[in-house]
Design a binder for this molecule. Structure first.
Ligand code: CO8
Length: 258
């Protein structure tokens, strides 16, 4: 399947989604978000995809935000519709039953930081620049930033960043806990792919169970979260993954998961 504003390839069980509007620094327009939805359909239908990586085309940007020239043409209802489209698509991305890694290679501003936040975690190039600068445009984050940033870096840091709209380098993003690892630009994709491949070799049931437990637990109280974990643990133990993993340990060999 070919797309106008993004590329999607699958290689050795890893899906690679590349935002591809380099002339607009890969800004998210309606069509691009709809194309993301179509990619998610493909991934959901293909059990052979065991991890997904998101990055940006060109050497300058991951995603420089929602397309500002498109936003300016929207009335309030249109803005709500676009925001809701983004919420739905990013929620689908966040709920994929496989690891999803953002490889942030340059500017990740506004919607760019927001799409990265919907991934499981972020690796960034030393050249990456993050921020939710919407306040400087007289708007606020509308693709989940007010919610996901606060959950990742805490409400106080999120308020500081959103009220000032200031942009910040990957090194600060690492300090804030927004980014897991900062790499030299030329090493970013290799490092991300290595991590993705290591995860792709783990048991599918375990990865999904761990992800659902963490994600569901984050939006509930500890007691309920622990119940979710116990149920997920029981599911894993009854799966072929647990049989293979424990058997491999006893036989002193490397586990080979389905
Ligand atoms: N939208 C549209 N076009 C963009 C965007 C964008 N977000 N960012 C950059 N571009 C375009 C520029 O207009 C320029 O196009 P052209 O060559 O035709 O003039 C081209 O990309 C290159 O950009 P610059 O010349 O500005 O490159 P610089 O290196 O000088 O600057 C920056 C790079 C700092 C990244 C700068 O481009 C910039 O500040 N971009 C805007 C960043 C921003 O404010 N992002 C937030 C957008 S709002 C948002 O994301 C809201 C999300 C929620 C929406 C909810 C639904 C309504």
């Amino acid at each position: 399947m070919t797309f106008k504003h993004l590329n999607f390839d699958i290689s050795d069980t890893i899906g690679l989604l590349t935002f591809n509007r380099p002339k607009a620094l890969n800004a998210l327009n309606h069509e691009l978000v709809q194309e993301m939805d179509a990619v998610l359909d493909l991934i959901e239908q293909d059990p052979g995809v065991r991890a997904l990586v998101l990055t940006g085309a060109g050497d300058k940007a991951f995603v420089a935000g929602a397309d500002i020239s498109e936003i300016t043409k929207l009335d309030s209802l249109g803005a709500k519709k676009f925001s809701t489209l983004g919420h739905k698509t990013f929620a689908r991305l966040a709920a994929l039953p496989i690891p999803v890694i953002a490889a942030v290679n340059g500017f990740a501003l506004g919607g760019g930081t927001e799409v990265a936040l919907a991934c499981d975690f972020i690796y960034a190039s030393e050249k990456a620049v993050f921020g939710l600068p919407e306040i400087t445009l007289g708007i606020i984050p509308g693709f989940g930033g007010t919610q996901r940033l606060a959950r990742v870096v805490g409400p106080n840091r999120a308020k500081e960043l959103i009220y000032t709209g200031r942009t910040f380098p990957a090194s600060d993003a690492l300090t804030y806990g927004l980014v897991n690892q900062v790499c030299a630009p030329e090493a970013l994709m290799e490092t991300v792919m290595k991590t993705a491949k290591a995860m792709a070799l783990k048991g599918r049931v375990c990865i999904q169970a761990a992800k659902e437990s963490i994600n569901s637990g984050l939006s509930t109280d500890l007691e309920t979260g622990l119940k979710i974990e116990a149920n997920a643990f029981a599911l894993c133990l009854a799966s072929p993954d647990a049989k293979e993993g424990t058997q491999a340990f006893l036989e002193k060999r490397k586990a080979k998961f389905l």
